[in-house]
Design a protein around this ligand. Structure first.
Ligand code: NAD
Length: 412
């Protein structure tokens, strides 16, 4: 039976609930989103026609702090996907121990079909539709798939027109507009710290370790670039148009130049073409799915040759694939830890906005390292205590923190 996105996330949570013996009424509380909003976004297109889009904002839990989570523009966005991603944010902010809850938003749109002006109108109209429910101390969106600093700038501006200057309403803003230094690279850099810590625990080094990376956007390209700089060997990378492979390792700065010039990694000289399916089964040490969800399934999990799966993307491994991988001793470094660098630096950005003070990039990067190392230490302790997989331990840690906050606040 194929589970939908929310059921996949709930499956992992259920494993944590079982280990912690969470009572049923608390389970319901932890699983159910606090608020779900669906809006219609009507905009005038450049040719004068009417564009009609559906957007969502789902606020899952705020027991540990204001709701926090990205905003995704993608044709596949639907209520189920956003609901699952909102829940993941609750557990992610808890794992890295930043004082936020979890939320997610999305618009069902293919942004490559819209002009820049249309995208701006879409974003501003969406802000108008959800404005009453967000705010610097209420719910703070951020970039996700197909949204970036430019989209966050429109977001901030539209909100501020209504409520006055409020840079903390959104994170991932341009550095020139109250964004944080280091935010752009943060998720990829956080992934790097995560795998470095996991390898070190087994007495291994990043240098010489072989990687295959699916997705060459914000997360994938920054991860590949930083890992390459530290001597990691990136054998394969891909984007929506296809992938490239070189068994000796790709020259990542040159791949980045090629992708910038041509719009894709495809046809990079000195590499052979591989498909987005093949990239998942490349003979390597660490597989990094950093594009879409649900790419590792029961149909391909047996063919994964990597020893570690570093989840740069949200929800890339289905419940069935997770079981197959675990039975083959493949270690999944779960999304709620692996890609938490983004929300951690979002927290630093929000802190800087609140303090009206700018941190130097070195401070941002070194604080990010502290948070990722600390979280890894707590996860490793939980793995030892409960003798369970890294994914189960990470959910256990997160559930314990959210459950404690929920209980302390009370239900009255
Ligand atoms: P992005 O839009 O910058 O890049 C996405 C990449 O995936 C691009 O290279 C795109 O070509 C590729 N892609 C799209 N469709 C594909 C397909 N069908 N097959 C293969 N590749 C495809 O997005 P991003 O910000 O890098 O996010 C990637 C993943 O990481 C998402 O799951 C997102 O939720 C997660 N994530 C992002 C952040 C962040 O800070 N950006 C933080 C945490 C998690």
């Amino acid at each position: 039976m194929t589970l939908n996105a929310t059921e996949q996330t709930n499956h992992f949570l259920q494993q944590g609930f079982d280990i912690l013996k969470i009572p049923p009424r608390h389970k319901t509380l932890l699983l159910t989103p606090a608020r779900e909003l669906r809006v219609e976004i009507a905009i005038e297109m450049d040719d004068g026609s009417l564009g009609n889009y559906i957007g969502y904002r789902i606020q899952h839990d705020n027991s540990r702090g204001p709701y926090k989570g990205g905003l995704r523009y993608h044709p596949d966005v639907d209520l189920d996907e956003v609901r699952s991603l909102a829940s993941l944010m609750t557990w992610k902010t808890a794992v890295v121990n930043v004082p936020f809850g979890g939320a997610k938003g999305g618009i069902q749109v293919d942004p490559s079909k819209l002009s820049r002006r249309e995208l701006e109108r879409l974003t501003r109209r969406f802000v108008d539709q959800i404005a009453e429910l967000i705010g610097p101390d209420t719910d703070i969106p951020a970039p996700d798939m197909n949204t970036n600093a430019a989209v966050m700038a429109w977001f901030f501006d539209q909100y501020s027109r209504r409520y006055g200057f409020a840079p903390g309403v959104v994170t991932g803003k341009p550095v020139e507009l109250h964004g944080s230094l280091g935010r752009d690279a943060a998720t990829g850099r956080g992934c790097l710290f995560a795998i470095r810590e996991v390898l070190a625990r087994e007495g291994k080094k990043l240098e010489g370790t072989r990687f295959s990376v699916q997705g060459f956007g914000n997360v994938g390209s920054w991860f590949a670039r930083l890992t390459h700089e530290l001597g990691g060997r990136i054998l394969a990378v891909s984007d929506v148009k296809g992938g490239i492979f070189n068994g000796d390792g790709l020259d990542i700065p040159r791949v980045m130049e090629h992708a910038r010039a041509t719009g894709s990694v495809v046809d990079f000289p000195g590499a052979r073409a591989i498909s987005n399916d093949e990239i998942l089964t490349v003979d390597c040490d660490v597989l990094v799915p950093a594009a879409l969800g649900h790419v590792l399934t029961k149909d391909n999990a047996r063919d994964v040759k990597a020893r570690w799966v570093l989840e740069g993307a949200n929800g890339p491994t289905t419940a069935e694939a997770d079981e197959l991988l675990e039975s083959r001793n493949v270690v999944c470094i779960p999304d709620i830890y692996a890609n938490a660098g983004g929300v951690t630096v979002s927290y630093f950005e929000w802190t800087q906005n609140t303090q009206k003070y700018r941190w130097p990039e070195q401070q941002v990067n070194s604080k990010l390292e502290d948070y990722m190392v600390d979280a890894h230490r707590s996860i490793a302790r939980t793995m030892e205590e409960h003798r369970c997989s890294m994914r189960k331990a990470t959910f256990v840690l997160a559930i314990q923190r959210v459950q404690a906050a929920t209980e302390m606040r009370g239900l009255g």
